[in-house]
Design a protein around this ligand. Structure first.
Ligand SMILES: *Cc1c(COP(=O)(O)O)cnc(C)c1O
Length: 397
């Protein structure tokens, strides 16, 4: 079982904290602020010049938002981070900041669904053209680069279907053509994949998932390298999208236990993935960290772990057979936003997995599982009973 690096296990407990600056309280206080006062007119004038080092206005940051930004930037290995009110905003803000009308964007075909919607509906309205590419394309992305290609958007593994991308190969081509590389690194978390060491320019975290970790916060982090930071920060400021102090505080609180939660969930997830693979109702388990699974070689080269989130293709069965399984689950409940302490299961009929550059044809009902912090034996019992119901309803006949 892979673990977060030893350095990171300590780093999650330290990053973004400075007790001496806050009366030696362990955690930074939660600043509820809109207006921030200026000590003198000279300070106001400095702010007009863009040279003021005080806060200025809470939209641009407070000690609470800065603590979270500093912590996540350090863990991801980036230059600086910006906090936004959702994972989706962490995708839309850098795209809006970096692209202009007449430019071209390359997006992995296995991208998070709402990212695709934003590109097709909103960026298209602003005159930005999107081309989707095979997530397994690697250096072959060369043939899709155009003179006006400004951004290559990656997500590894892919949302729902878990294709592993060769980020290093893609980044080398993108940079040779003057484009920058964005990556949705939510599955890898800041602990298990280091985007900046692999050539990524802007890394995206849906902090809603493992960082906050308790299914009670929507938040996102945009982590930039030095070259992109000024542009992305300007877009972020102009769009007016910081996150609230209580949500930042909950996320900092979640972050402190990220390594232990993740290690526990990963171990349970791999055990369940192996157990599922041995079941007669199961055609294939798609989990990049599982030896022998699709994408495992790239995962092993680049990742040290990842989310307890993976796919399972069942042998053929009807919608009603899937419903018999899912409706009766005691612990694995149906819902989308993973990374909390609770286990989840979701059915994705083929037509709900949108693809334009590639084909998705699993050949049987496809389920996505998120393994939470419950006792793993209880989770396996729940799945065993569920698969029994699937078969009793005519599935995997
Ligand atoms: C959930 C998710 C998002 C969006 O996060 P929200 O906070 O729900 O907006 C983005 N990318 C990935 C990969 C996700 O799983």
């Amino acid at each position: 079982m892979s673990k977060a690096g030893a350095g990171d296990r300590t780093r999650v407990t330290q990053a973004g904290r400075d007790p001496a600056a806050h009366h030696y309280t362990v955690n930074p206080p939660v600043y509820h602020a809109s207006t921030v006062l200026y000590p003198s007119l000279a300070d106001v004038a400095e702010d007009w010049q863009g040279a003021y080092t005080g806060l200025g206005y809470a939209l641009r940051g407070t000690p609470t938002t800065q603590a979270l930004q500093d912590a996540v930037a350090e863990l991801e290995g980036g230059y600086r981070a910006l906090v936004v009110p959702s994972g989706l905003a962490a995708i839309t803000v850098p795209l809006l900041a970096l692209l202009r009308s007449g430019e071209h964007l390359l997006v992995t075909d296995a991208v998070y669904g709402p990212t695709r919607r934003f590109c097709d509906n909103d960026l298209a309205r602003f005159g930005v053209e999107t081309t989707y590419y095979d997530p397994l394309i690697a250096g072959g992305i060369e043939r899709l680069m155009r003179p006006n290609t400004r951004v290559v958007f990656t997500e590894s593994p892919g949302s729902v279907t878990f294709e592993m991308q060769d980020i290093r190969a893609i980044a080398a081509v993108a940079h040779a053509h003057g484009a920058c590389v964005l990556m949705d690194n939510t599955w890898g978390t800041p602990l298990c994949f280091k985007p900046f060491a692999h050539g990524v320019d802007v890394s995206i975290q849906a902090g809603t998932k493992y960082l906050a970790g308790h299914s009670d916060v929507l938040i996102g982090l945009v982590v930039c390298n030095q070259a992109t930071y000024r542009t992305v920060r300007a877009g972020w400021t102009n769009l007016g999208v910081t996150a609230g102090p209580d949500d930042c505080n909950l996320t900092l609180r979640g972050l402190r236990t990220l390594a232990v939660r993740l290690e526990h969930a990963q171990a349970s997830g791999l055990r369940i993935a192996e157990w599922l693979r041995s079941r007669p109702e199961v055609q294939e388990v798609i989990h990049p960290a599982l030896p022998g699974a699709r994408g495992h070689a790239l995962w092993k080269r680049d990742f040290t772990g990842g989310a307890a989130l993976f796919g399972v293709i069942l042998k053929r069965g009807s919608f009603d057979a899937v419903a018999a399984m899912l409706d009766g689950m005691r612990l694995f409940k149906m819902g989308y936003s993973w990374g909390g302490y609770e286990s989840l299961i979701m059915y994705y009929p083929d037509e709900r997995v949108l693809r334009v550059a590639t084909r998705w044809a699993p050949g049987g009902p496809y389920l996505r599982l998120h393994v939470g912090l419950e006792a793993v034996d209880d989770l396996i019992d729940d799945l065993r009973e569920g698969l029994d119901r699937y078969r009793a309803a005519g599935g995997a006949a």
